[in-house]
Design a protein around this ligand. Structure first.
Ligand code: G3H
Length: 537
């Protein structure tokens, strides 16, 4: 069957998932208003093509505003004004009131579930179950964030007495935040920084991801009706025009960015006072699986398959290189090849599909180059039909033996290529991890408690998370999510994110009768919200 026939004819698409015609979005959120942009628009195309006879036609989903630098600066002014050097209504608002705004947003957001999921499928080719999971997981994240903030506030309600000092510590906002998310989780990963930034009292400029941009449109009204003017501003357009000027202004205090380390460094460098910029970054990764001689192979294959190829390998946490001890290499490759052959290519709304069109223009060419480079240096394609491509579809390719001369050994593919390297001595793998520029996660597959335990100790100082007999992943969201070296800056989890987007402030006095009485008076007569001992029920 030719790969082109995987693309549908218009009549094949179930009505509930059909593309309802082009969405022309002119509005953007500025200072509490949905402003209509009269300038140039940027086309939004789907990775899905429609088959018409022998031709494939890429679906145009709509258009979004291509804002200019001046408009981006207006959004900045609006956020700066709402923050008002920490004296604005939002940064000084009682925690419970801010929570109520976020709860309102969550309620309105949930009304848009079907449309956001539909757009996730059309814009980035995410399957229906994964798109639904992304939406629901994001709502859960918001609920958990609210609970975590309540707990944080409860813990801060009391005073502490230490070495003759009386103190009270609360976490307060940092300033104006710029939040930018990635195309592979354009809702979830963006909101895991956006929501903590907002709820902690920062004001925000949010620029949606490059792909997965239209799906924010159904949420614009929810943002508009849930937050005071200027607290959240949503901008669109080319990064180099809009984001560059924001950084150059020196008025961004918090930079939340999920993307490449090069992109993050370029933007950070533009800030005139880098010491005043707090960055929360999720960056590149090349997570290895390490398959030991005694690994349970059926379990290893299952985890490596999902780890390398769910959402076509377009997860920062994907397993991007598999190291297998030479004695088990043939078995791994054979079983993984069979498992890959079972994966069904199709459209995001089709049941049971695993391989879907890729949203990044030029991605199939990039993957083909990596594949050719590996083949030219001695790797063999291990699964029949691997690496075939038509338009935005690319069938997964399992490559073995891969070695250090090939690009795939160190470069992040972020796509459906599965390189397998065999090793004789575990020190070869340890050297790879220790010398890698990346340090997000890794997976160890083995059954010898002593060997796995020793490897855990070796790798604990190298990566942010070690997974035992399981694939790499971000969740559960209560666990810390971070990375070392070029893979991340800062730690995210429901609780950690609240810390990243806030800073502790301490009020202290001498622990002596007169001063204690004075503090007591302020508390009793409710002269200070900061000093309040109210307990958030
Ligand atoms: O792309 C990076 C995501 O944070 C990974 O999340 O492991 O849940 O797919 P995940």
């Amino acid at each position: 069957m030719s790969l082109a026939t995987v693309f549908p004819q218009a009549a094949d698409i179930p009505p509930q998932f059909a593309h309802k015609g082009e969405i022309t979005q002119r509005e953007y959120l500025l200072n509490g208003e949905l402003v209509q942009w009269q300038g140039e628009l940027s086309p939004v195309v789907s990775p899905v093509y429609l088959r018409e006879g022998v031709n494939l036609q890429q679906v145009v989903l709509g258009h979004t505003p291509l804002l200019d630098a001046d408009t981006a600066l207006k959004a900045l002014d609006s956020a700066v004004k709402a923050y008002d050097l920490g004296r604005g209504a939002w940064p000084t608002m009682a925690v419970l009131e801010r929570i109520q705004h976020v709860e309102k947003f969550l309620g309105l957001m949930q009304l848009q579930r079907d449309e956001v999921i539909r757009l996730l499928m059309w814009e980035i080719g995410k399957t229906y179950p994964d798109a639904a999971k992304e939406f629901d997981r994001t709502c859960d994240y918001i609920r958990d964030t609210i609970e975590a903030l309540k707990q944080q506030d409860r813990d801060a309600s009391h005073f502490i007495i230490e070495q003759g000092s009386l103190g009270k510590i609360r976490r307060v906002p940092v300033g104006v935040a710029l939040c930018m998310g990635p195309f592979n989780y354009p809702l979830n990963e963006t909101f895991t920084t956006l929501i903590p930034a907002l709820i902690m009292g920062n004001t925000v400029i949010f620029k949606p991801a490059k792909y997965g941009v239209l799906l924010i449109q159904p949420l614009l009204q929810a943002f508009l009706h849930s937050f005071p003017a200027g607290v959240i501003n949503i901008i669109y357009g080319r990064g180099r025009e809009t984001v560059g000027v924001l950084m150059e202004s020196g008025k961004i205090d918090l930079f939340a960015f999920i993307g490449t380390n090069k992109g993050a460094s370029d933007l950070k460098r533009m800030h005139p006072k880098p010491h005043r910029l707090r960055a929360v970054l999720g960056l590149d990764a090349k997570n290895p699986a390490i398959i030991l001689p005694d690994a349970d192979m059926s379990r290893t294959v299952k985890e490596c398959l999902a780890g390398s190829l769910s959402f076509n390998g377009q997860r920062c946490t994907a397993l991007k290189i598999l190291f297998v001890q030479q004695s088990r290499a043939a078995e791994l490759v054979d079983k993984l090849s069979s498992a890959i052959s079972e994966l069904k290519a199709g459209m995001p709304w089709q049941q049971g599909v695993a391989i879907t069109p890729l949203p990044e223009p030029g991605k199939t060419q990039f993957l083909t180059e990596l594949l050719k480079d590996a083949l030219s240096k001695g790797a063999k394609l291990q699964n029949p039909g691997g690496g075939e491509t038509t338009a935005s579809l690319f069938t997964p390719a399992l490559l073995y033996p891969v070695n250090s001369s090939m690009r795939l050994y160190n470069e992040e593919q972020f796509g459906p290529l599965v390189p397998v390297v065999s090793y004789n001595d575990i020190n070869e793998v340890i050297d790879y991890v220790v010398n890698s520029n990346f340090g997000q996660q890794l997976s160890i597959f083995g059954q010898d408690a002593q060997q796995v335990g020793e490897l855990v100790d070796i790798f604990a100082n190298q990566v942010g998370r070690i997974n035992i007999n399981s694939q790499c992943q971000r969740g559960p969201d209560s666990f810390p999510f971070n990375g070392r070296k070029d893979s991340a800056e800062g730690t995210l989890s429901v609780v950690d994110a609240l810390r990243q987007f806030s800073t502790p402030t301490l009020v202290a006095a001498k622990y002596q009768d007169s001063d204690v009485d004075f503090v007591k008076q302020m508390v009793k007569e409710r002269h200070s919200r900061f000093l309040s001992t109210d307990f958030l029920f």
